[in-house]
Design a protein. Sequence first.
Length: 396
Amino acid sequence: MFSKRTNWTLEENAYTRALRRHRDAGKRIFDLTASNPTECGFRYDAAAILASLGDPAALRYEPEPKGLLGARAAVAEYYRDKSVEVARENLILTTGTSEAYSFLFRLLCEPGDEVLIAHPSYPLFEFLATIQDVTLRPFPIVYDHGWQIDFEGLQAAIGARTRAIIVVHPNNPTGHFVASGEAERLNAICAERDLALIVDEVFLDYELKQSRAQRTRHGSFAANAGALTFALSGLSKIAGLPQMKLGWIAASGPGAAVRESMARLEVIADTYLSLSTPLQCALPALLAQRKTMQKQILARVEANLAELDEQLALQKVAGRLEVEGGWYAVLRVPAVQPDEELAIRLLEERGVLVHPGHFYDFAGSGYLVISLLTPAEEFREGIGALLEISNRKLEM
């Protein structure tokens, strides 16, 4: 009765069961996985946000597959603030980046075709690809005094059915920005192999000042010239508004390829016409919220990162890997037990919730992923308990 593409394992795993039991018991949780900014104590301009949704123009239905011109102009202005020129005709508005990926997979791939993606990476991509009958092939990013793309591994992963390469810039959860030299190599590989480059830039605005990495980081790929490129972003991270389901695709590269891709994407978008008019009318005002929201989020992230470093300096068992941007950090802990077992122990013994590294396809054990969005006091206490458990486990 059901398709093979939805034949997922739907039973709870040990981690999910432990979390459900903890919550059902009403026990306190130090949530070091918090990723929803609307629940992390930030101050939103509620009046401005709600007023933006009351535009009388939203009462008219004027279907435009690419998105209303005024809304696309607001996205172009967002890039102009970054000194990046993006033509409005090369923008497609979507209901978030998940829909943007589905559009691109349909544009680029036949069933069974392959798209390469860097690992470690966010687990959502596997579901998005499977639903669209696309096969993901991993290539590694490796850590050596900072993260970098393993280009030998990337080249080896390219096969006859490869259609595109996905990079997240900066990566989630490693916080690795694509360096300028890496961008040049990606362009060369895509141009030589006739591949598209898909760049997820949802965390682009969250570059951390206290990063230790000494690398020249590439800016936005929204006006990339070296290969056919699709840059993705949206309100969820830019303005801390995940409930406002609005994202976009910015196409760039060789002119003929961009024109052809936009013509085809317009038909795909016209088939669904899924993005609501009120959100499109509100987009200029909602994008403007980034100017206050990003300051708050970056202040929280950098303060929590400083707190983390301060606590790590008091012990010698655990450490963190270099992070350049985004709002996550990766901890390196002794690999004396599987990451999931350690995560469950942290929850059951001290109420500390973290993500085990295997959720993000880290190779081997000894990795925990934490959010830097957690409110400061909760973060401080949670990190203290986490390090206490990690140190005690090593001593045992």
